[in-house]
Design a protein around this ligand. Structure first.
Ligand code: 7TS
Length: 415
């Protein structure tokens, strides 16, 4: 089968998707770019770039404030974008979608608003050893301020959450369980439905960090049963600096504002200020209007893609990767989860991950190396870091072959 045929599953043609992303059509160090750092950030299709530039060319104004036409247009596009996110996540109400600057900001919002107002000494927040630092450190900050404790949920050597250990940890002290949907370091797809039902049994809330899941498959957030869901626009083919907190309405209503300023108030007076309704209560200051519009364009773009077929395509890329990896002596896949999204983390015997990463870059191949902002996980696995290749809808079987040509070259040079 030719590489081109391998990229054209029924309903999905990676070569044609690839052409929608102008950045991919370039040479890096004399080689065609192979972009395999999608877990860090995805590339942007032409329509997203256009939507952002058109907004600045034609409609730019501040939102919710002006009586003039441009402000009206900007407000309309901004609120339409919120609706697009609500529809994308399956949210019953648009007010449950809060704009943030990204996943990190969304988790901080929940930790500081919900956490500081709710957690008491002796309460527990469970986070897994698989978490990105942004789903650990905000909880530690709030624990230090409230006397609550952050307790890690053990993971197995395969890099999966150990559900038996989770069951042992769950008791009436646990007020929040915060886990990622997909591990950015290993690609593990976590059994969120099961985790939610276990947490609910002891009355704990659940926050799902969806930074790595939403680009891989359609996520119906209410069906997950979680209380909070967070994501970043830039990992979903949208721009940086915009993200979303989705929350249960009653919880969001009860939570105090996190940041104070314009937009989030109803009336400011000395000595008492009253706050705006949802979602504006949590949106102090001028928001990332162009970012929201760009994210809506990315969601529109995904609407043109057969996502089932895209998933099958990514699974085929990972399957081929694992086949080729098995043939490389001295290559160790890090994490062997039964369910993995398009992420392949590995070590090459006798080499340092950053040397491998640099050598791959010389061949035009972009991967991530290091601890992937998951230092506790690296410590748990007894390694300093990994080389990580992460796939997206525009990667091809040829990209996989190029990665392994690069790995073989690294082996010849270093091992
Ligand atoms: N949670 C997960 C699971 C992530 O993968 C990341 C970013 C974040 C949270 C933070 O997202 P942000 O948009 O607020 O920065 N992950 C990565 C990565 O794997 N390489 O660079 C960033």
């Amino acid at each position: 089968m030719s590489a081109r045929a391998a990229n054209a599953l029924p309903g999905f043609d990676a070569e044609s998707v690839r052409r929608d992303f102008p950045i991919l059509d370039q040479q890096i160090n004399g080689h065609p770019l192979v972009y395999l750092d999608n877990a860090a950030t995805t590339q942007k299709p032409e329509c997203v770039i256009e939507a952002i530039s058109n907004y600045y060319r034609r409609d730019n104004a501040n939102v919710h404030r002006g009586v003039h036409t441009l402000s009206d247009r900007a407000t309309h596009a901004f609120e339409q974008a919120r609706q697009a996110v609500a529809d994308f996540l399956g949210s019953p109400r648009v007010e449950q979608v809060i704009w943030t600057s990204g996943t990190t900001a969304a988790i901080n919002l929940v930790a500081h608003s919900w956490g500081r107002s709710t957690l008491r000494p002796g309460d527990r927040v469970l986070v897994s050893w698989l978490e990105h630092h942004s789903n650990i450190v905000p909880w530690q900050l709030v624990a230090a301020a409230t006397g609550a404790e952050v307790i890690p949920i053990p993971v197995t050597d395969a890099g999966e959450i150990d559900l038996r250990s989770l069951a042992d940890l769950l008791d009436g002290r646990v007020k929040m369980v915060a886990v990622n949907h997909v591990s950015n370091a290993l690609g593990t797809v976590n059994p969120v439905l099961e985790i939610v039902s276990m947490a609910k049994a002891v009355g704990a809330l659940v926050l799902v960090d969806g930074a790595q899941s939403v680009a891989h498959w359609p996520v119906d957030v209410p069906a997950l049963g979680c209380d909070f869901f967070v994501m970043s626009g830039h990992k979903l083919f949208g721009p940086t600096g915009v993200g979303v907190l989705w929350g249960r309405e009653a919880l969001l209503e009860a939570m105090p504002p996190f940041m104070g300023g314009g937009e989030m108030i109803e009336r400011v007076a000395f000595p008492t200020t009253t706050f705006n309704s949802l979602p504006f209560k949590f949106e102090a200051g001028t928001p990332n209007i162009a970012g929201a519009i760009g994210l809506a364009a990315a969601i529109d773009y995904l609407g043109t893609i057969d996502r089932e077929a895209a998933m099958a395509h990514e699974a085929a890329l990972l399957a081929r990767t694992l086949e080729l990896a098995a043939e490389v002596e001295g290559l160790r896949r890090v994490g062997t989860p039964a369910h993995a999204a398009g992420i392949f983390s590995f070590l090459l015997e006798g080499t340092h991950p950053s040397d491998v990463g640099m050598l791959l870059d010389q061949q035009g191949i972009a991967v991530r190396t290091g601890h992937h902002c998951a230092q506790p996980l690296m410590e748990r696995l007894g390694i300093p870091g990994t080389v990580r290749a992460s796939y997206s809808i525009y990667n091809t079987q040829e990209d996989v072959s190029r990665l392994f040509e690069g790995i073989h070259k690294a082996k010849r040079l270093f091992a």
